[in-house]
Design a protein around this ligand. Structure first.
Ligand SMILES: Cc1cc2nc3c(=O)[nH]c(=O)nc-3n(C[C@H](O)[C@H](O)[C@H](O)COP(=O)(O)O)c2cc1C
Length: 329
């Protein structure tokens, strides 16, 4: 089925506008969450990573993850895998879903992924990574991008492979690179070191996107200023505060601080997300999936603490909505 996406995605123009992008996050950046963030200013969303082997085998889970609804644009599809040919085939399959572009995950540090050679596993085999990227680029007409880390962590702290790697990825035909500015073995520990994004950015012509520890409009402004990168990507902060995108945009474009979301907006978001999840996945899944989100969404709302204590025990959507309706009296 062909999606109605409007005009084709203008990759170069998009990155000239210093976009603020929703990071790919497993079990988080599904279609529902992408819509929530897009409505609040995310200028591009990336799907959670999709297993290339699963896609090639026609798994329903992988196929569902790459299925983009008509309004789900611009969205990039991220794939991961250890086998270059399978990645190339998966890219061909994902391209048919008409994403804005295809991203290859070369940064996942989780041992069950990296140990197989996928994700950050590629960082240990730079020659193989470049050959894989070249192969994928050769097989699809859509732009191909890579999201990776500054190194594995086995290099020490001085020399990171990311600068040379970025140069080689550009030569391989990769159209942009996102750098999560930590070594893979650190997971999410310690501070992201944006200076590596700056060094990599100065080595290439293609857009470099800085990622890691951008939690506010101030952070986004600082990250873009310090690195001169083409865009900024936000992950964890969006889970608790999806308004971060509009706050970033306002400050980047107008130098003005966007007002914080009102209490009403906070409650409305909780209701909107819950209802959208119910429509997409059913009542039980919706109630369960929302439990981890209320603390962030309702932060600062009067009586939120009491409400947060009551919500986990409620298993039916009507009960949750009752509590949410009652919050602001
Ligand atoms: C729950 C969770 C799931 C993630 N899943 C993915 C993923 O599927 N693909 C990917 O490239 N990165 C994934 N990441 C990493 C994020 O995209 C991002 O690089 C990282 O969280 C650093 O950015 P932040 O400090 O803004 O969160 C995940 C992170 C989290 C917290």
């Amino acid at each position: 089925m062909t999606r109605v996406t409007g005009s084709p995605f203008d990759f170069d123009a998009f990155f000239r506008a210093k976009p603020v992008i929703l990071a790919p996050m497993e079990d988080v950046t599904d279609d529902v969450f992408r819509a929530i963030c897009r409505k609040r200013g995310a200028e591009l969303c990336v799907t959670e990573f999709v297993n290339a082997d699963g896609l090639v085998a026609g798994s329903s889970e992988a196929t569902k993850k790459i299925t983009l609804a008509p309004g789900d644009t611009p969205t990039a599809i991220q794939i991961y895998g250890a086998d270059p040919e399978r990645l190339a085939e998966a890219a061909e399959i994902a391209a048919r879903a008409e994403p804005a572009f295809l991203d290859i995950n070369c940064g996942c540090w989780v041992p069950k992924v990296a140990r197989t050679g996928a994700g950050a596993g590629w960082l240990g085999e730079p020659d193989a990574m470049i050959a894989m990227a070249k192969l994928v680029v050769s097989r699809v007409s859509l732009p191909v991008t890579v999201k990776t880390r500054i190194g594995t962590g086995r290099e020490g702290t001085d020399g990171m492979p990311i600068v040379e790697l970025t140069r080689r990825l550009e030569d391989a035909g990769v159209r942009a690179i996102t750098i999560h500015c930590r070594v893979a073995k650190k997971g999410h520990d310690g501070r992201a070191d944006w200076s590596w994004a700056r060094r990599a950015r100065h080595a290439v012509q293609i857009p470099v996107i800085v990622n890691g520890d951008v939690r506010s409009a101030d952070d986004a402004q600082r990250a873009l200023h310090e690195t001169r990168c083409a865009g900024v990507m936000i992950g964890r902060r969006a889970i608790e505060h999806p308004w971060v995108f509009r706050e970033c945009r306002k400050q980047l474009d107008e130098g003005v601080i966007h007002p914080r979301p009102t209490h009403e907006e906070r409650v409305e978001l909780a209701k909107e997300h819950l209802s959208a999840l119910r429509d997409a996945r059913g009542e039980r899944a919706a109630v369960r999936a929302m439990r981890g989100l209320y603390a962030g969404y309702l932060s600062g709302v009067p009586d939120a603490t009491t409400v947060l204590r009551r919500l986990p025990a409620i298993t039916e959507i009507a009960g949750v909505l009752d509590v949410l309706h009652g919050i602001l009296g």
